[in-house]
Design a protein around this ligand. Structure first.
Ligand code: ADP
Ligand code: TRP
Length: 339
């Protein structure tokens, strides 16, 4: 019913799934690393897309009810503003589909603690001597349940999530082996090399947790503020866009700029303005603003009727996701013998 004319029938389509945590303002790293692929692949007509708000994952970080509600609503608006279409994709909230946490429990019984202790996220937290909650330790198990419930073929994510997709594959194999069946399909990550890690304004990975982002729906003023704070590191020995030493070319500015303009256009501009950081940053502001403006306007329009729009999208999405997920969970329950 939701297929475009001429699109592949639902049964021939590959299944795509990805989630984003409602933990803060979406930024251009989220967009170029993951969200843009959601839109392109949705519009290709080749995928049945499940895109969800990972609110139970976010609960490890956001422990304030009104903030959780606000961030969830905002992320749904972000999804719609970038072009995700609830008629083409199943857009839902993780907590609306109880099969996710139920399957995570079943996986908990076959996943070992030493295996989870090898996860990057766990090791990073340990290295910082943070006291970890069980939800964070168990994060990859819930994520495996998210992915495996829908017979997912591909998971578009940024490179920081690659290990989590590998965990989902391992858990699927272990389940199939333990219960001697073929319940789960092995998913593949889909990572676009050029944008696997978008740098932030300080040169580290752009991340909500590092306070180094350029928000995806930034106002012009916010764009100017962020761009003017990009750390310029074009001192002696810096490497230029052609891979050769290139003094006077601010690497971080260039790395962000190439998300918005082709390198063929950028190289002459940067060569002609070596050392003129203000000129280059001004050009970057213009290019980001030209890109963000229509998104910002669409989002502002949608937010006028935010509550109604979001409630409808999530209610429809929950119904459709539950239908698929509850069937899979029944299959799993039979495989382990609880029904
Ligand atoms: P953050 O690190 O800002 O909290 P999330 O963990 O919410 O970001 O990530 C949501 C999605 O965006 C994931 O698929 C993640 O891999 C991708 N992503 C986040 N930051 C970047 C980045 N700097 N470059 C590329 N992809 C990113
Ligand atoms: N862990 C992902 C992130 O931090 C969010 C996420 C949760 C996810 N479940 C998922 C991504 C399933 C892809 C598939 O960005």
């Amino acid at each position: 019913m939701f297929n475009k004319p001429g699109a592949k029938s639902a049964s021939k389509k590959k299944i795509l799934l990805s989630g984003i945590k409602p933990t803060g303002q979406a930024h251009i790293g989220n967009y170029f690393g993951a969200m843009k692929q959601f839109v392109n692949l949705q519009n290709s007509g080749n995928y049945e897309c499940y895109l969800f708000i990972a609110d139970y994952h976010a609960l490890n970080l956001v422990q304030d009810a009104s903030k959780m509600r606000r961030l969830t609503q905002e992320l749904v608006l972000d999804f719609l503003a970038i072009g995700l279409d609830p008629k083409k994709s199943i857009i839902f909230k993780q907590s609306d589909v109880p099969a996710h946490t139920e399957l995570a429990w079943i996986f908990d019984t076959i996943v070992t603690m030493p295996y989870l202790m090898r996860a990057h996220a766990y090791k990073d937290a340990e290295a910082k001597n943070k006291e970890l909650n069980v939800g964070t330790f168990n994060y990859p198990v819930l994520m495996a349940a998210d992915i495996l419930l829908y017979n997912t073929d591909v998971v578009p994510v940024g490179s920081d999530q690659k290990q989590h997709v590998e965990y989902a594959r391992d858990i699927a194999e272990k389940f199939n082996y333990t219960f001697r069946n073929e319940t789960f399909k092995l998913p593949e990550p889909l990572i676009i090399p050029n944008v696997a890690t978008v740098p932030g304004i300080d040169g580290r990975k752009m991340s909500k947790s590092y306070n180094n982002t350029i928000p995806l729906f930034a106002t012009r003023e916010e764009i100017i503020k962020a761009v003017m704070s990009i750390v310029t590191d074009a001192g002696l020995g810096a490497i230029g866009p052609d891979g050769k030493p290139s003094d006077g070319i601010p690497q971080n500015v260039y790395a962000i700029h190439k998300l918005f303009k082709s390198e063929a256009e950028l190289k002459p501009l940067y060569e002609a303005n070596k050392g003129k950081y203000k000129v280059l940053k001004d050009a970057l502001v213009e290019d980001i603003d030209a890109f963000v403006k229509p998104l910002r306007e669409k989002r502002a329009e949608l937010s006028k009727k935010a509550e109604k729009v979001v409630a409808k999208v999530l209610a429809d999405g929950a119904k459709r996701a539950n239908k698929v997920a509850s069937q899979k969970l029944e299959e799993v329950k039979r495989a382990v013998g609880v029904v």
